[in-house]
Design a protein around this ligand. Structure first.
Ligand code: HEC
Length: 239
């Protein structure tokens, strides 16, 4: 028991120091917006798949869920050479990743479930200039992250504004000091589409659920009727 307490005490300062003053921003998640999900899938392949796989999903599944033609998905979304039954595999292997980043970029299939949409949204918008880091950036909600800011051209450069709270510098906000190719509104929309897609990947079944509900009711009804008929059949000889 004592050991457990000590371990907890030991962990406490870390969890406190890892928090920053930046509030999570709300992502606008809409799994029925197929156009947003398709754009998100395109962004994922363009900006993330180089390092992160999303092995729980196949291009075929995306085509079905978004009601897109298979050829369309292969042309507009999947990387060159990918097949419709392929999972979203990353081209990077773990060995190279270790060498370059000191860690392997995790598979992102379930990231929306573990981190939540708002965290992802804030994280992807949360890179700021930090010349002390190997990647030149740090992140407001994931301190010392090994991931570079893949959106630096689109987003521009952000700097952290800090304030002193109880003797510690905490980040209060991020300021855009050099504009990127996109306006902040356009950039927010892009990140929102991407997060929307990641939420969908975490649970593609959500799209089907409504549909499934009807089938389930239908089956329950069928079994009730069957059960009733069976009962009649069994009891026929007894009466
Ligand atoms: C150049 C390689 C690279 C690219 C491209 C890249 N990442 Fe990463 N990413 C990493 C690495 C490396 C880590 C691990 C960071 C760590 O643990 O310090 C990471 C971590 C993450 C995490 C945090 C995972 C966790 O531990 O909770 C998320 C979320 C993430 N990436 C999302 C994305 C998304 C979305 C994209 C596309 C927009 C993307 N990444 C593009 C290299 C990359």
């Amino acid at each position: 028991m004592k050991k457990v307490l000590y371990t907890l005490l030991f962990l406490l300062p870390f969890s406190v120091s890892a928090s920053s003053g930046v509030k999570l921003e709300s992502a606008d998640i809409d799994l029925s917006d197929s156009a947003s999900l398709e754009r998100g899938a395109q962004h994922y392949v363009t900006y993330c798949l180089g390092c992160h796989s999303a092995k729980h999903i196949r291009y075929k599944r995306i085509a079905i869920d978004l009601k897109l033609d298979e050829t369309e998905i292969l042309k507009n979304v999947a990387p060159l050479g990918a097949g419709i039954y392929d999972q979203m595999h990353s081209a990077m292997n773990g060995h190279d990743a270790e060498k370059w980043f000191g860690t392997t970029p995790p598979d992102l299939s379930l990231i929306a479930r573990s981190r939540g949409a708002d965290w992802l949204y804030t994280y992807l918008k949360g890179f700021y200039s930090d010349p002390g880091k190997p990647t030149g950036v740090n992140n407001a909600v994931f301190q010392d992250v090994a991931m570079p800011n893949v959106f630096w051209q689109k987003q521009g450069t952000q700097e952290a504004v800090t304030k002193n709270v109880d003797g510690h510098d905490v980040i209060s906000e991020l300021k855009l000091v050099e504009p990127g190719q996109l306006s902040p509104q356009e950039f927010d929309k892009m990140i929102n589409d991407l997060v929307n897609f990641l939420v969908y990947v975490g649970e593609p079944v959500q799209l089907e659920r409504q549909q499934m509900g009807k089938y389930v009711l239908f089956f329950i009804l069928m079994f009730i009727v069957l059960g009733y008929l069976l009962k009649k059949e069994y009891w026929k000889d007894v009466h």
